[in-house]
Structure formats: C-alpha cells, structure tokens
Write a protein that binds this ligand. Structure first.
Ligand code: FAD
Length: 286
C-alpha cells in the first residue's frame, strides 16, 4: 500500500521511526523493538539508512521486509544518495521491489569527510526523480521547520523544499522540533510557497541528558524555556527526566493534533516503553 493513501482518511496519520542494529549486531536484535511497537498499530514504521550504506549489507531493506512480512505493518525505507551512484541506488531499488516495499523516504544524507561523496545525485530532489522513474514507488521527503543548517535563510530552504515536492515527493516528514510555534510558522511558509502535500510533525521524546546534548549539536533544534527548565530541574534524576520528557512530547502532540496536523511521526529511538506511554495518552485523539 502507498502511504500517501493513508492521509486520505479522516484521521491523523501516526507513525514511528526505528534504526537498524549496528553493523556487527544480528538483525534479530530489532525484534524486541518491533514486537513492542507493532502492538500500537501505527500507520507505518520508517527505517533509517546509515551513512555509506550499500546493497550488500542493507539492514534497512531487511527490516522493511520483516515489517511487511512478519508484522504486516507498512514500512517506509529511508534511502540516502550522497555516497551512492545510480547503479548502487538501482541495486537497492531492486531489493526493495523484491521485498514488496513500495514506500521510500528519499534523502541526500549528511556530508561526512570519512565517506566518499559521489556526484550522480546532488540533492534529494534528484534522487526522488530517479526513484520515481525506476519503479512503482511512493516517495516521501524530509523537511526542516527551523530551516536546514546549510540554507542561508529559512525562506530559501522552503523554496528548495518546493523543488523536492515538484520532483515528486508526495508527503513530508519534519526534523524534530520542541517549539510548536516554529512548526506552525513553517507550515504557513509552505502554503505560501504552494507546497500542499501532507506534512508530518517529527516528535522526539527526550528521555536522557546524553540524547539532548547529541541532538542539539546534530540538528540545532532550539530549546524553549519550558524545555530547558525541565532539563535543569530533572537532568540528574533518570526516571524524572524520562517521565518529564514523555509528558513534554505528549503536550506537543496534543497541541499539534488540536491544530489539525496531518500526521505525527514519533522518533522512537527503538524504545517501545516510551512509544507505549505516548500512544496510550494520545490514541483517542488520532
Ligand atoms: P536535500 O533535500 O538535498 O537538502 C540539503 C540542502 O540542499 C538544504 O539546505 C536544501 O535547502 C538544499 N536543496 C535541496 N534541494 C535543492 C535543490 N533542488 N536545489 C538547490 N538546493 C537544494 N540521514 C541519514 O543519513 N539517514 C537517514 O535515514 C536519515 N533520515 C532522516 C529523516 C528525516 C525525517 C530527516 C528530517 C532527516 C533525516 N536524515 C537522515 C538527515 C538528512 O540526511 C540530513 O538532514 C541532510 O543534511 C539533508 O538531507 P535532505 O534529504 O533534506 O537533503
């Protein structure tokens, strides 16, 4: 099934993100996560793609296939192109076709000095076009409520996002954010730029201090006062911070759904406990 069709029903789409086990870990270590998440009945589960990934050792594709076959949940396979040429992308598309996976999140990926940067695809929009020409896939794209860090201005980033949508991205998933006002103002810019595809809000429940430090350095999400106060007060109390992080995410989601968001994409960090707590709190709102 194409994920885009899920947005046609009169309900908020609700989805999860998981990441594959580390290179040398057995693929089966993901089962514990998927067992927990599958009971929550998400509309789909997306599976991230590691930098420098390839068709030979493609855990993303394997997990997408497991989601489809074993758990009967629609997978969204992430695919980055910065380290791949056309023949390598074609090999992965073949794997996805064989596994009956028809939804892909097309990404450029981050520049990494330790990986060889290839030039067949410059932007995710190039990958989106290529995927659509080479199979019966539905393609989603990433978007950035606070602007992508390489873009000089937020407006320029939205204009580039329009190119992604024009290339065929039929739904967008946002980078995580902690201030809903950023998301609302971004959505307004999107509508002004004539971007009319569904936009899912990416929500990351922050449940430990290490995660916060990593997040802020990686994606530069701004931290509202209310959020900083939680970290300052509960940063040294593991259980309290976890519970406050879950409560903060629930509060964000309630506000987003109340304001008519088209979808919520939960960055689960492979932690079913957190996803279960959040889903229990919001399931009647979806
Ligand atoms: P692009 O869309 O190519 O954008 C990159 C920059 O180029 C932006 O500044 C944009 O404004 C500009 N740009 C875009 N298109 C054009 C154009 N046509 N012309 C001119 N300029 C343009 N990374 C991983 O390695 N693996 C993952 O699984 C993964 N999953 C992600 C999921 C989500 C929901 C998000 C938000 C990010 C994810 N990332 C992942 C990170 C992502 O790869 C990085 O943020 C990367 O820096 C940009 O990828 P992109 O697809 O948005 O790139």
């Amino acid at each position: 099934m194409k994920i885009i069709d899920k947005f046609k029903a009169d309900k908020t789409v609700y989805s999860f993100e998981v990441f594959p086990p580390k290179k040398d870990d057995d693929i089966k270590t993901i089962y514990k996560t998927l067992d927990g998440l599958s009971h929550l009945n998400p509309d789909f589960i997306s599976v991230t793609y590691g930098a420098g990934g390839n068709a030979v050792d493609n855990k993303t594709c394997q997990i997408a296939a497991i989601l489809k076959e074993k758990y009967k949940i629609e997978p969204l396979a992430h695919l980055t192109c910065i380290n791949s040429d056309k023949s390598e992308v074609l090999a992965i598309l073949d794997q996805l076709k064989t596994a009956n996976v028809s939804n892909i999140l097309a990404l450029r990926g981050d520049k990494n000095p330790n990986e060889i940067e290839k030039t067949d695809f410059i932007h995710s929009s190039d990958l989106t076009e290529f995927i659509l020409k080479n199979g019966d896939f539905s393609v989603a794209g990433a978007c950035y409520p606070e602007g992508h860090f390489e873009s000089e201005t937020k407006i320029l980033d939205v204009l580039n996002l329009k190119k992604k949508v024009d290339a065929g991205a039929s739904h967008l998933i946002s980078q995580l954010f902690f201030d809903n006002e950023c998301f609302y103002s971004f959505k307004e810019h999107c509508r002004l730029a004539n971007i009319n595809v569904p936009i899912e809000a990416g929500i990351m429940p922050v449940v430990n201090v290490r995660q916060i430090e990593r997040l802020v350095s990686l994606c530069g999400a701004s931290l509202p006062n209310k959020f900083v106060k939680i970290i300052n007060r509960y940063g040294t109390n593991k259980e309290a911070l976890r519970d406050a992080g879950i409560a903060y995410a629930i509060d964000q989601i309630v506000d987003l759904i109340t304001n008519g968001v088209e979808g919520i994409h939960l960055y689960t960090m492979n932690n079913p406990y957190v996803a279960i707590k959040i889903t229990e709190a919001i399931k009647n709102l979806l």
